[in-house]
Write a new protein. Structure first.
Length: 203
């Protein structure tokens, strides 16, 4: 059996700058597998996961074009922990399987697997290393307000719905401190890229 590539899980809290970091790895030629992208793909019309969501949450969660009403579902799972658990039981096994399939296709020395909620869901079994993009909570709130035009209360609620900063840092093998400029983040990515290439050769 072929060995899977060295896999680095990239995670971080909301508005921490994960996209900037993953985009820079991609610019350096590293394959990026994003579980958020997979999550969107598996609920497209005709996909089994969408049919399962409709059967569990009812037809009102689907719009007239047969697509998922994301805002309605998001509002529901934020207000109802049981609904969130039901949704996760539908999506997460499928997301993991698709992620595993994508990793198995990688021919480069290593790949980045973007898992925003890694601290909340437990480790993926085939991950070799965990990179946490870290910022101060006040920075996250400021960025969220600017990015989503949300209120401070909404931004704080979004942070509260995720794992704490401490929980994320506990699982980190590497930490990219991202409170500075984009240029500083790119320099940090370049250093990590060299490190991961070296690690991939020794595993």
């Amino acid at each position: 059996m072929d060995k899977t590539p060295f896999t680095v899980a990239l995670t971080g809290g909301i508005a921490s700058g994960k996209t900037l970091v993953s985009d820079e790895f991609a610019r350096l030629g590293v394959p990026i597998i994003d579980t958020d992208v997979i999550a969107h793909q598996i609920v497209e019309p005709g996909q089994p996961a969408l049919a399962k969501i409709e059967s569990v949450f009812g037809p009102d969660i689907i719009d007239d074009n047969g697509r998922l009403k994301r805002p309605s579902l998001r509002a529901l799972i934020f207000s109802d922990p049981e609904a969130r658990r039901k949704l996760e039981s539908i999506l997460h096994p499928r997301i993991r399987q698709e992620a595993d399939n994508a990793v198995a296709e990688v021919t480069s020395a290593y790949c980045i697997l973007v898992i925003p909620l890694l601290a909340e869901r437990g480790a993926y079994p085939n991950v070799d290393r965990i990179l946490v993009v870290d910022v101060e909570p006040n920075t996250q709130i400021r960025r969220l307000i600017a990015r989503d035009k949300s209120s401070e209360v909404q931004a704080k609620q979004a942070l509260a719905s995720q794992a704490s900063r401490e929980q994320r840092l506990e699982i980190a093998d590497d930490i990219l401190e991202n409170s500075g400029s984009p240029g500083q983040a790119r320099k940090a990515v370049a250093q990590l890229h060299r490190k991961y290439l070296a690690l991939a050769k020794t595993t």
